[in-house]
Design a protein around this ligand. Sequence first.
Ligand code: NAD
Length: 483
Amino acid sequence: MVSRVIPVDTFDLTIFGGTGDLARRKILPGLYRRYRAGQMPEGSRIVGAARSDMDTDTYRAEVREALREFIQPAKLDRDDVEGFLGCLHYVAIDATGEKGWQELRELMRPDRVRAFYFSVAPALFGAIAERLHHHRIADADSRIVVEKPFGRDLASAQELNRTLAEHFDETQIYRIDHYLGKETVQNLMALRFGNVLFEPLWNSQYVDHIQITVSETVGVGGRGGYYDKSGAMRDMVQNHLMQLLCLIAMEPPSQFEPDAVRDEKLKVIRALDPVRPDDIVRGQYEAGGNVPSYQDDVEDPDTRTESFIAMKIHVSNWRWAGTPFYIRTGKRLRARQSEIAVVFKDAPHSIFGAEAGRHRNILTIRLQPNEGMTLVTTIKEPGLGGMRLIDVPLDMTFADALGAENEVTDAYERLVMDVIRGNQTLFMRGDEVEAAWGWTDPIIQSWSVRDDRPFRYEPGSSGPEESSMLLHRETRRWREIRE
Ligand code: NAD
């Protein structure tokens, strides 16, 4: 079974920041894979627009290098690479000045989908939106794609929304959260709303609690200055973990359509209770082995920013009242792992007696590594000698179930193609982002009011001990972080 390639209209995609890290690592390799899959219609163009002075040939050579670095050698077919590079153009542009805009305008052609990817610092979003409008490069059908971070608090997100709204309608704005582009995340919706098995159990009557873990092994590295102004709450929770929580918790939308899905996610965010201070654990990694501490990485011995956070969250509605959502994310942890675990309640009565032990159904949804889903079920241990129960995983790893040729599509390539198709389902709407900041802001503010200091944790661990206590005190435990 090989995935179907659904054709899209011919397009002109301009990438502002086309020489930057994100473009080199994700956007351009993703587009190359779509080209190889036959999904870039003849005549489509990709225009790199960035500050460096160079011509199109030099840009093509740079992108060839980026493909060598970020695409598996077996997938670097010479004809495909040359064909793809032939679709590229370059314009040296100044986002805040006049240079390059006329040239960009001349490259645009009628009867093409026009999309503009703002892969630059958010401080430049307003200037670019304004110039696209002023030079009549964007029209009423054009789409703009904006990257995270979308603001650093409610006020700045509102300001950014207002700035974009001056020149673009909400239906033209695609706010990226690449977690939403992951195959498993969409599969979560297929699992919930395409089967009768799970939805009747998907509530506080049957679900004991839910865990969402996004752990990284890397530290803040060269991004220390940026990261220290943000921290795990702003960098990960307000966007990625919140989006995952919404997809788990939301009611079934009436249609799998942009506003129907986003309305339901928004209702979840609005149903979140404020979080009590003792339901939050923040941490900073210590030095260990030959890696520096968080303080050394950000060059501030007195920093209070968290590189780890764990929280207990309540969704106050009929479906979830009484079922906590535990979330955690951090850097320099034991393994790189993103996982959602739905831990079901014990069977109401054990007919097998105490020796059979305590067994629970757990549905885990892995976003990385190895995207897939596993349902832990309880069966009888095979053999003679009585009724002993064991847990076995029913594995729904995609590569195994669907065949190796059905490789999992990278989030960025799916999302860029959705932009070209004009499908906003997997993009955040302005009011969603604002609601998420509205919930996050008071929590962050309370830390400075209380002069809250993060706990320390060892690099390569699962975070501070206090994070384990968050669950232990309720006789629950985190799932292990491991490869
Ligand atoms: P980068 O610093 O590597 O690249 C910045 C790009 O912007 C360069 O191409 C540069 O030429 C261009 N640029 C800067 N000033 C300009 C100006 N005045 N006029 C025209 N072009 C200008 O940045 P990046 O890491 O690629 O990040 C781009 C955006 O994506 C940022 O908003 C970032 O927060 C976001 N993002 C990046 C990553 C990542 O992994 N790199 C992940 C998520 C989000």
